[in-house]
Write a protein that binds this ligand. Structure first.
Ligand code: ADP
Ligand code: MG
Length: 247
């Protein structure tokens, strides 16, 4: 492959809450197939950046381009339809439904929500659900109620519910918080397996996990861009050590 395509261009992005700039003149670019990790102290503006990209929060100024689409002008559902998926910190799965049913409901053609359960299951849907279930390590749990899954398995299920919609940009906010070491390692493998034709933005505090998955790391501090580069270069960056890693 030649030069990589830029999938997401964030330029001069600012959001002000009653005069307080949670994100302040931020610019960064994400390539196709890249896993980008955003790190920084609590309150740095990381979650707000994802809120701005997915349209949950409206920018005060600046631009967010997904390919040629200006996302700051779109509504949340239009951004999802354009191919941007976002996972929040707490999983939003249907606890009373099985793994299979949760994935089936997220399948794009199954958007009739609960009605979808009573329609004929096509082979197309069944095969896709099984394929995704294998990717998220839940292929032997298809009939298990989501409420019975471990915390980590619930997180994977929600990632699966996003993956089945085939987003081209997937955003995850602290996906391994509360997971066991073994689950963290499997999550890292999972993320590395889904980046073909897809970019991923991850917010995470677990530096071992970040080191494992990140192509590049962007560091935020007080809403502003502080540094960017490989994990190796970030770990040696004195500004980053001073505000975050050295704590
Ligand atoms: P991080 O995810 O890096 O810990 P956040 O993006 O959640 O940080 O928050 C950045 C700052 O913006 C915090 O000081 C937070 O209190 C503030 N903030 C976030 N959302 C809002 C909002 N809707 N209204 C007012 N302040 C907000
Ligand atoms: Mg946050």
């Amino acid at each position: 492959m030649s030069k990589k395509d830029i999938v997401l261009s964030v330029e001069d992005l600012t959001v002000s809450f009653d005069g307080f700039k949670a994100v302040d003149d931020l610019s960064f670019y994400v390539d196709e197939g890249e896993i980008r990790v955003i790190i920084g102290p609590n309150g740095a503006g990381k979650t707000t950046v994802l809120d701005l990209i997915c349209g949950k929060t409206k920018a005060t100024s600046g631009s967010i381009k997904f390919h040629d689409l200006e996302l700051t002008k779109l509504k949340e559902h239009e951004i999802v339809e354009a191919g941007v998926g976002r996972k929040f910190q707490n999983p939003s799965i249907y606890e009373a439904l099985s793994v299979f049913e949760n994935l089936e409901l997220s399948y794009p053609k199954g958007k009739r929500v609960f009605g979808a359960l009573f329609f004929k299951r096509t082979d197309e849907v069944i095969n896709k659900v099984k394929e995704i279930a294998r990717m998220i390590y839940l292929d032997d749990k298809l009939d298990v109620k989501a409420s019975l899954l471990s915390h980590g398995q619930k997180q994977w299920l929600e990632i699966g519910m996003l993956l089945i919609q085939n987003p081209k940009l997937l955003m995850l906010d602290e996906p391994v918080a509360g997971m066991s070491v073994a689950e963290r390692e499997k999550t890292a493998e999972l993320l590395k397996n889904i980046t073909k034709n897809r970019s991923v933005i991850v917010i995470e505090h677990d530096m071992k996990f970040v080191e494992h998955i990140a192509d590049r790391v962007t560091v935020l501090h007080q809403g502003k861009f502080l540094a960017e580069g490989s994990m190796q270069s970030i770990q040696k960056n004195q500004k980053v050590i001073d505000v975050y890693l050295g704590q």
